[in-house]
Design a protein around this ligand. Structure first.
Ligand SMILES: CC(C)(COP(=O)(O)OP(=O)(O)OC[C@H]1O[C@@H](n2cnc3c(N)ncnc32)[C@H](O)[C@@H]1OP(=O)(O)O)[C@@H](O)C(=O)NCCC(=O)NCCS
Length: 174
């Protein structure tokens, strides 16, 4: 059964495998950590930074909650939730980020993962989330619309992976 869990040391190998699959397939829409950086000490080395990020204590970074999606012992993907609708979030990364490892895509995992993530946001008292999706990411747009996403507009955006591109902004009411 798919579940969203907090980051845990026992899933680091699975997380590294997920990142490796993304890099081998030239991830653009959601670029995870560089798998080359994920060595045996990585979890403990980065824990404090992730804890501070979650508490809003990293200068210049919005509050961001990170979850891993697992099914039994298998690492499936990740979900990120940014509760504050800052200008940076509205025009950039949006309040939700999600991804499924390449070898698990196309099997309903993304839909199930996002549905769990929306439930989690609802439980935290969040009334609506913003998904900013590249205009060329038809799969994510489809999943988002299937789960109630309402297209607000399409704006120009820019990031290192895609350069300048058109980005759709979807609201999902929770
Ligand atoms: C987006 C992502 C999470 C979807 O995960 P997934 O496990 O493949 O999703 P699902 O299998 O649940 O659903 C895929 C849906 O897209 C549909 N689809 C597939 N190709 C499509 C296309 N070219 N155009 C439109 N819809 C398409 C499928 O038919 C399916 O819809 P259905 O269930 O109604 O039939 C996954 O592709 C991913 O991780 N991509 C890279 C990271 C990313 O883009 N994250 C989102 C950033 S906004």
């Amino acid at each position: 059964m798919l579940e969203l869990i907090r980051r845990r040391p026992e899933y680091v190998d699975g997380y590294r495998a997920y990142c490796r699959e993304a890099y081998e397939n030239r991830a653009v829409y959601f670029v995870p950590a560089d798998p080359a950086r994920i060595d045996d000490g990585w979890f403990l080395r980065t824990k404090d930074w992730y804890d501070r990020l979650e508490a809003g204590l990293v200068p210049g970074q919005p509050v961001s909650l990170h979850f891993w999606a697992v099914d039994g012992g298998r690492f499936i993907g990740e979900f990120q939730l940014r509760p504050e609708l800052t200008e940076e979030i509205l025009t950039g990364i949006g309040s939700v980020g999600y991804a499924v490892r390449v070898s698990e895509q196309g099997k309903g995992r993304g839909t199930a993962l996002l549905r769990l993530g929306l439930q989690l946001a609802r439980e935290r008292g969040i009334a609506r989330v913003l998904l900013n999706i590249s205009d060329s990411n038809a799969v994510s747009a489809h999943v988002c619309e299937k789960l109630g996403g309402r297209l607000m507009d399409t704006i120009r955006a820019e990031n290192p992976a895609e350069g300048v591109y058109w980005m759709r902004r979807y609201w999902i009411d929770l």
